[in-house]
Write a protein that binds this ligand. Structure first.
Ligand SMILES: Nc1ncnc2c1ncn2[C@@H]1O[C@H](COP(=O)(O)OP(=O)(O)OP(=O)(O)O)[C@@H](O)[C@H]1O
Length: 244
């Protein structure tokens, strides 16, 4: 689904993403993990078309990436909700900027809010919501465009452990139901190991990939309680800690 070839992204003369090559399969999930400042978000912004490569290529479904790809959903850090808009107004934003009838928007967004169990919150403002509820609204907005690719930047970092797990389960079942690929950035090793079919570990300072793990047990809810889960978490931790 995604081919990244020798990707380099710069801020002025500073190289934030350094010669990264990576393939991500259709209907899969990819966790990008690494220490603060290693270029995770920049790589995600590259996939979203928000920042332009200095060199190299990104193809999504064989097409070079450009801004506003119709079927890419994006969830930014801290939910990205507009505080002056209600849950409903926030959720319909992605569709409103497209030429879609109000009736279709109504039907699509009502269904999604129902699926995410937040329809009764539709007239509330973000300030009146819990962190988990805000994240559900952000997910609803991203899903409203029926994405085949969902990009998430630290989607659950501000949530308590139980809410985080519930939302991880939710995202997982949505990914399986709706047949989309997910690429997410996280600091959290357990999250990467639970949700990432492919775990991409980035280097501390280089803006490059240090290691990729194929995780065949990803998304199995029982895996969280399995010894293999803790072993894989330890392996990821070791790789992250080893300095080159
Ligand atoms: N707009 C910008 N202008 C200049 N430098 C930037 C800009 N955005 C990010 N950087 C730098 O690029 C590097 C990578 O940043 P990025 O946000 O991609 O890292 P990250 O791994 O996502 O970090 P974190 O985990 O802390 O969010 C950092 O050194 C950062 O300071």
């Amino acid at each position: 689904m995604i081919q990244i070839k020798d990707l380099e992204i710069k801020y002025g003369s500073f190289t934030a993403v350094n010669k990264i090559s990576l393939n991500i399969k259709e209907n899969s999930s990819c966790a990008i993990i690494g220490p603060s400042g290693c270029g995770k978000s920049t790589l995600l912004y590259g996939l979203a078309g928000i920042v332009k490569p200095a060199s190299g290529d990104i193809f999504i479904r064989e097409q070079p990436v450009k801004e506003n790809r119709r079927k890419t959903g994006l969830i930014l850090q801290n939910y990205g909700l507009f505080p002056w808009k209600t849950v409903w107004e926030n959720a319909i934003l992605g569709l409103k900027i497209r030429s879609i009838s109000m009736e279709e928007i109504d039907n699509t967004v009502t269904t999604i809010l129902q699926e995410l169990d937040i329809l009764e919150l539709k007239d509330k403002f973000p300030v009146q919501l819990s962190g988990g509820q805000k994240q559900r609204v952000a997910i609803a907005r991203a899903l409203s465009i029926q994405p085949d690719l969902l990009l998430m930047d630290e989607p659950f970092s501000a949530l308590d452990a139980i809410t985080r797990e519930a939302l991880q389960n939710l995202v997982l079942s949505l990914q399986q139901q709706k047949k989309m690929s997910i690429v997410f950035v996280t600091h959290n090793i357990e999250e990467a190991v639970f949700l990432g079919q492919q775990i991409v570990i980035m280097d501390k300072t280089e803006g490059s990939i240090k290691h990729i793990i194929e995780n065949k047990n990803f998304g199995d809810r029982n895996f969280r309680f399995d010894e293999g889960f803790f072993q894989l978490c330890m392996e990821v931790r070791r790789i992250m800690e080893v300095s080159d």
